[in-house]
Design a protein around this ligand. Structure first.
Ligand SMILES: CC(C)(COP(=O)(O)OP(=O)(O)OC[C@H]1O[C@@H](n2cnc3c(N)ncnc32)[C@H](O)[C@@H]1OP(=O)(O)O)[C@@H](O)C(=O)NCCC(=O)NCCS
Length: 455
C-alpha cells in the first residue's frame, strides 16, 4: 500500500485496533534462525519488533546462529558433524559457537541502538536489548555411544529476571547458549530455548520465523479449511502433533525442511506446556510478523492449544466490537439501524462469538414473556468468518438462552436471509403470529419476512 492511498491506510490502522488492545502487556517470544541475519532481512524485523514494543507488547527474541557457526568453523578450517539432528560440540567447535554467538549478539545490540530521525526506529532509544546468563543448561550427554560434549539442552529458565526486564519496557534477547552450575557453557538449539522460554514465561504467543510459508495441510483429503491455501492456516495442538509425527515417519508431506520440522516440534512442546498460540510465519516475507499479528487472514500457520472461538454473553466492553460488525449491514439496509446508545442499553441481551480475541459474530434475544415467544435479532457473522458454522453456533446459543427463559417459539424478521433460516428449522409465518407488541413495531416499508421456529 502506498501513502497515496490514505483511505486504505486509515481503514487498515482502524482495523488493527482490537489486536492492539488485546496484545498490550502480553508476552511474545519471537524466534528465528541465524539465516535471517545472514539474509539482511533482519533490519525490517528489528523495526517490526521495535514497533511491537512501542505498542506495549513484551518481546523476547531468541536468535539462532547455525550459519554463523558454520562460517566460523569454515574460517578455522573445521567441520562439525550432527547426530540425532544435534551438532556434536567438542571444545574447538564450542569456541566457534561462542565466537559466532558473540558476534551475533553485538550485531543485534548495534541494530537496536539505531534511532536516527525519519526512520521507523526514531524515538526508540529508551528501549534496550538485554540478555545474559538467563538459561541454565545441562549436557546432552552420550547417546547411542556418541558423546555430544558441549551440546546441551535447556534445564531451567530464569523467568523471574526476564519478567523483571520486560516489566521495565526492555526487550530480552536470548542466544542459544546456556550455562551449567559447573561453570561451563553449552551449545543449545534455538528451538529448544524458544519453546522452554515461552513455557517458563507463560507467554501469550511463540512465533517462529521459518524458511517456508507455513505448515503444509494435514495428510488426507483436503478440507474446506485448507483447499483455498497451500498451507494450514490454523491447526489445533493435536493436529500439529499429528502433522509432525506423519512428516517424521514418511516423505509424504514434502516441503517440510529440517528448519520447519524443528520449529514444529518445538511448537508442539510449547503447546503442551500451555502456550496458547504458536505461529510459524515466513521469514522471507517482509512484514510477516505484523501481517500475522494484525490482520484477519494472517500470513503463516497458527497452532492453538484450545479452540480459537469463544461464545459468550456480551458485556458493555463489547459495544465497540458489535457496532463495527453491524454498521456495514445497517448501512446497506440488511439490519435496522440502532445507535450506540440503544446498543449500550441492550448489550446484555446480546451474545458474541469471539475468534482469537476479535468479535466475529453476534446475535440478540428479545423475549416477549406473555406469549412465550422471543425474537432473535441483530444476527451477524463477519464476512471473513462466514461459512464456519459460527451462525449455527450463535443460533444454538440463542435457542438455549430462549429455552432457559421458557420461550416456546423463536422468531426472526429478515429481508435477505430467508433461506438460511429455512435451512435451520424456521418456517415462514405471518404478522398476526407475532406478539402484539412486536406487531405494532412492524415496519411495513421494509416488508421483512417473518420466520418462526418451535424450540
Ligand atoms: C446469516 C449469517 C449470520 C450466517 O452466518 P455463517 O456463520 O456464515 O453461517 P454458517 O456457517 O452457520 O452457515 C453457512 C451456510 O449458510 C449459507 N448462507 C449464508 N448466508 C445465506 C443467506 N443469506 N441465504 C441462504 N444461505 C445463506 C452459506 O452459503 C453456507 O451454506 P453452505 O455451507 O452450504 O455453503 C451470515 O451470513 C450473515 O451475517 N449474513 C448477513 C447478516 C444477515 O443477513 N443477518 C440476518 C438478519 S436477521
Amino acid at each position: 500500500m502506498r501513502p497515496s492511498q490514505p483511505a486504505n491506510f486509515v481503514s487498515w490502522f482502524r482495523a488493527a485496533a482490537p489486536w492492539i488492545h488485546a496484545f498490550r502487556g502480553k508476552t511474545f517470544v519471537v524466534a528465528f534462525g541465524g539465516e535471517l541475519v545472514a539474509s539482511g532481512a533482519v533490519e525490517s524485523v528489528v523495526q517490526d519488533i521495535n514497533l511491537l514494543t512501542s505498542l506495549g507488547i513484551r518481546v523476547v527474541i531468541v536468535c539462532g546462529s547455525r550459519p554463523q557457526i558454520d562460517a566460523a568453523l569454515a574460517a578455522r578450517g573445521l567441520t562439525s558433524t550432527f547426530s540425532h539432528g544435534v551438532r556434536i560440540t567438542p571444545s574447538n567447535v564450542m569456541d566457534c559457537v561462542k565466537e559466532a554467538v558473540g558476534r551475533l549478539r553485538i550485531e543485534f545490540e548495534q541494530r537496536f541502538s539505531f534511532g536516527l530521525p525519519n526512520t521507523p526506529m526514531a524515538q526508540s532509544e529508551g528501549v534496550r536489548l538485554m540478555g545474559g546468563s538467563l538459561i541454565t543448561a545441562r549436557p546432552v550427554g552420550v547417546i547411542d555411544g556418541i558423546d555430544f560434549q558441549f551440546a546441551g539442552t535447556v534445564r531451567d529458565v530464569d523467568a523471574q529476571t526476564i519478567h523483571h526486564v520486560l516489566d521495565n519496557g526492555d526487550i530480552v534477547c536470548l542466544t542459544p547458549i546456556g550455562y551449567s552450575p559447573t561453570g561451563e557453557a553449552f551449545n543449545l538449539s534455538m528451538e529448544d530455548v524458544a519453546a522452554s522460554v515461552a513455557v517458563a514465561l507463560d507467554a501469550e504467543k511463540l512465533i517462529f520465523m521459518i524458511d517456508a510459508d507455513g505448515l503444509p495441510p494435514l495428510p488426507g483429503p483436503k478440507t474446506k479449511r485448507t483447499r483455498a491455501h497451500e498451507i494450514s492456516r490454523e491447526l489445533s495442538a493435536a493436529e500439529a502433533e499429528l502433522l509432525y509425527k506423519s512428516a517424521a515417519q514418511s516423505t509424504d508431506i514434502s516441503g517440510m525442511s529440517p528448519d520447519t520440522m524443528r520449529a514444529l516440534d518445538a511448537t508442539v512442546r510449547a503447546s503442551k506446556g500451555g502456550v496458547a498460540r504458536t505461529h510459524l510465519i515466513p521469514r522471507a516475507v517482509d512484514g510477516a510478523l505484523l501481517m500475522e499479528l494484525f490482520s484477519y487472514s494472517g500470513t503463516g500457520s497458527m497452532i492453538t492449544e484450545a479452540g480459537l472461538e469463544t461464545l459468550r454473553e456480551a458485556t458493555i466492553d463489547d459495544v465497540g466490537g458489535v457496532l463495527k460488525l453491524i454498521e456495514p449491514l445497517e448501512a446497506d439496509g440488511t439490519l435496522v439501524r440502532r445507535g450506540r446508545e440503544k446498543l449500550e442499553a441492550e448489550i446484555s441481551q446480546f451474545c458474541v462469538l469471539e475468534h482469537d480475541n476479535v468479535i466475529a459474530g453476534c446475535a440478540a434475544l428479545y423475549p416477549f414473556g406473555k406469549e412465550g415467544m422471543a425474537e432473535m435479532a441483530c444476527f451477524v457473522v463477519d464476512p471473513t468468518y462466514q461459512g464456519r458454522n459460527y451462525g449455527e453456533q450463535l443460533l444454538a446459543r440463542i435457542e438455549t438462552l430462549a429455552r432457559n427463559a421458557r420461550v416456546k417459539r423463536l422468531f426472526v424478521l429478515t429481508t435477505r436471509t430467508a433461506h438460511w433460516f429455512i435451512e435451520h428449522g424456521f418456517v415462514e409465518g405471518s404478522l398476526d403470529e407475532l406478539p402484539e407488541a412486536r406487531q405494532k413495531l412492524y415496519n411495513f416499508q421494509r416488508q421483512s419476512k417473518i420466520f418462526l421456529k418451535k424450540i
